[in-house]
Design a protein around this ligand. Structure first.
Ligand code: HEC
Length: 87
């Protein structure tokens, strides 16, 4: 699993409408891998991006469709795939 193929499409669909302008909400832009990684510590379950996007986190409500599945995908990508950029 990797950012470019698996995560970027869902971030673009559900997150970048608030997290991509020159003045992004929360001062957090999600347009590029480098930007997304500002809230990620590879392998760390306590990464900000994990805490905000899991059930109970303040961004969980923004997942469209299978919210739990997308939350799981983010966690697996960071914890088990070391937040890889490409595969
Ligand atoms: C409707 C606008 C909106 C959408 C859509 C949105 N966010 Fe946010 N996001 C915010 C706001 C506002 C904040 C800052 C307030 C807060 O921390 O709750 C924020 C903060 C964050 C933070 C914390 C950044 C930091 O370093 O403190 C992360 C991570 C985050 N969002 C991820 C996401 C993800 C992933 C998605 C897509 C599932 C998403 N957001 C969708 C508005 C949005």
């Amino acid at each position: 699993m990797a950012y470019q193929q698996d995560l970027k499409p869902i971030f673009d669909a559900d997150c970048t409408r608030c997290h991509s302008s020159s003045r992004p909400y929360g001062n957090y832009s999600m347009t590029t891998y480098a930007q997304v990684m500002r809230a990620v510590a590879a392998g760390n379950t306590n990464s900000v991006l994990i805490r905000f996007t899991q059930r109970g986190g303040s961004m969980y409500r923004y997942w469209s469709g299978n919210a739990q599945g997308k939350a799981d995908l983010v966690r697996t990508w960071i914890v088990n795939n070391a937040a890889a950029q490409t595969r």
